[in-house]
Write a protein that binds this ligand. Structure first.
Ligand SMILES: O=C(O)c1cc(C(=O)O)c2c(n1)C(=O)C(=O)c1cc(C(=O)O)[nH]c1-2
Ligand SMILES: [Ca+2]
Length: 555
């Protein structure tokens, strides 16, 4: 019959499969396996590889799933594949056959699927949610999430909680309205929805379920009607508090002078009641964002002792360059630490108010008046101190492994008016490196002190997810084509393998036939080659690809 919702909640402990994005509802990306470890990882070799094929090979950001001898993985252009987990032979392929007019902002990516019972489910770039039969790849149901012609799309892996499939949306660069939807996993019918911008109505079981915030409170005039705040990275779930944690993206348009106010609930983390879709608390990382600092980054629950007290915590490495630690039961800020080289837009975060200490001179200038079109240098760049690529938390070392980037940008504002289905930025920009020797930096961060315990610097921006294991290992990929393994305690590089194209996917590990396997997607793409300015030019020689690589120790 396949995995149940209870099996999914147990995914972090069950090592014979990988049932969910992030390896469990907390998405710590921590595996208790240690058959493969810091002493023997240097011997790791490929077991097999499998191509996604297709004429157009682009950004492969997916995390594979493994269940009952099958690897399920999504590919660019909204495709889903089932491969034999022992041989790599293709079992079936589903291609969503997208309309020409889709409007993804940042490449034709997809980050993964979800499985439940006899179904495997994923979201598409034309904003549909599709459930396929796991064995055959045939469509069981197909639901429209939103209107792609208004700029909506979907790139995140769905999350399954209590027989509901929970999705975010994309389109913040087109003035869409961010939303979280919960649907019946068997039928695809909507159970509840929660918009993220104040003034918009939620739904529960076919009835109206409360307006999200008070109209006009933090947005001028009608700006809330096209306010952005996309939930484009999906969410995490804490069974203990029954809270879903969804980050929200940039306010629309980017030009902040057109929308004075905090612009709730953009660039925030929302804690949402899983049963009703009601917002229980929110924490806004960048109030009145003017730099495209989408706050979508994953909020990872973890338990730790702080100031001598055992606490239910959550951490988020934000696009704006600060690493936040909150009490996950109430959203109270406990710590905020810079994790990148520089944050020119703010001098730290005020722990009492929870607000950034803004450096006003480094906000891009107003579109009219004396500061008209004034360009400023800002760091991090709009692609972030950290973008979509998920960090990992080791329950052994107590450290978060954060895939981060050190870079800045020239950014200026322009006038803009909303037009359905058109880009809604009101800003221009060029990204620039800020260090001689690197852009990417994998950083091991102590969440209690904010101390960076070790770092690995990489020439190209890091754009792949991280995995850590009880074998004292940390895995991540590089645009230069390597999957690398590091010692989790010291950061020493222990192993690398050249996959033939940039690695921007998220690695996984599992036990099969008494051996520990590791798998990752290879295939360069995502936002950097499209939006990276000076940086994109430097790395334009990286080859495209679309391969699943699977590794194990020799027998
Ligand atoms: O506001 C949005 O709706 C939205 C969506 C997405 C997306 O769905 O991939 C990205 C962004 N914004 C974004 O700002 C961004 O830097 C970005 C990078 C990537 C990527 O996959 O490489 N997606 C997105
Ligand atoms: Ca965005």
């Amino acid at each position: 019959a396949g995995p149940t919702s209870a099996d999914l909640m147990n995914d972090a402990e069950s090592t014979g499969d990988v049932l969910s994005y992030g390896l469990g509802p907390w998405q710590q990306r921590f595996s208790p396996l240690d058959t493969l470890n810091a002493d023997n990882v240097s011997k790791l070799v490929p077991a097999f590889a499998a191509s996604l094929g297709g004429e157009k090979q682009r950004g492969q950001e997916a995390q594979p799933l493994v269940y009952d001898g099958t690897i399920y993985v999504t590919g660019s252009y909204s495709r889903l594949f089932a491969f034999d987990a022992r041989t790599g032979e293709k079992k079936w392929e589903y291609n969503a056959r997208l309309p020409d007019a889709i409007m993804p902002c940042c490449d034709v990516v997809n980050r993964g699927a979800a499985i439940h019972g006899d179904k495997v489910i994923f979201a598409t770039l034309d904003a549909h949610l599709i459930a396929l039969n796991r064995e055959t790849g045939k469509v069981v149901w197909n639901k429209k999430l939103a209107d792609y012609q208004a700029g909506y799309s979907a790139t995140a892996a769905p999350l399954i909680v209590k027989d509901m499939v929970i999705t975010g949306n994309s389109g913040g660069e087109f003035g869409i309205i961010g939303e979280v939807q919960a649907r019946n996993v068997d039928t695809g019918e909507l159970i509840w929805s929660r918009p993220t911008i104040e003034g918009h109505m939620g739904m529960l079981n076919g009835r109206e379920n409360g307006v999200t915030g008070k109209t006009g409170a933090t947005w001028p005039g009608d700006m809330w009607k096209t306010g952005g705040g996309a939930t484009w990275l999906g969410g995490t779930y804490d069974p203990g508090t029954n809270l879903l944690f969804f980050g929200t993206g940039n306010p629309a348009p980017w030009n902040s002078h057109l929308r004075p106010g905090d612009n709730l609930y953009t660039s925030s983390t929302l804690a949402i009641d899983a049963d009703t879709g009601v917002i229980k608390w929110h924490y806004q990382t960048t109030p009145h964002d003017g730099w495209d600092f989408d706050g979508v980054n994953e909020f990872i629950p973890f338990d730790a002792t702080m100031n001598g007290k055992p606490m239910k915590l959550g951490a988020k490495a934000d696009r704006n360059g600060y690493f936040y630690v909150l009490d996950r039961s109430n959203g109270k800020l406990l710590g905020a630490h810079k994790f990148v080289m520089e944050t020119t837009w703010a001098n730290g975060i005020n722990l009492k108010t929870g607000r950034p200490n803004y450096v006003d001179a480094n906000r891009p200038g107003a579109p009219a008046g004396p500061d008209k079109g004034k360009s400023v240098f800002a760091s991090p760049s709009f692609l972030g101190g950290k973008n979509w690529m998920p960090m990992a938390y080791s329950q052994d070392t107590g450290l978060f492994y954060v895939p981060s980037n050190d870079w800045g940008m020239d950014i200026w504002n322009e006038p803009i008016a909303y037009k359905k289905g058109a880009a809604y930025l009101g800003a221009g920009f060029t990204i620039r490196p800020i260090a001689e020797d690197h852009i990417g930096a994998l950083r091991a961060m102590d969440p209690k002190t904010g101390k960076i315990v070790w770092e690995y610097k990489n020439a190209a921006p890091l754009w792949g997810g991280v995995l850590t294991t009880h074998g004292n290992l940390v895995f991540t990929g590089t645009p230069e084509g390597y999957l690398k393994a590091f010692d989790a305690k010291t950061g020493k590089e222990l192993w690398k393998f050249q996959t033939g194209s940039g690695v921007v996917g998220s690695p996984i590990t599992w036990m099969q036939d008494g051996e520990q396997y590791v798998a990752v997607m290879s295939g360069w793409g995502g936002a950097v080659p499209l939006w990276g300015g000076e940086v994109a030019k430097t790395f334009k020689e990286i080859s495209q690809g679309g391969m699943l690589w699977v590794f194990k120790l020799p027998k």
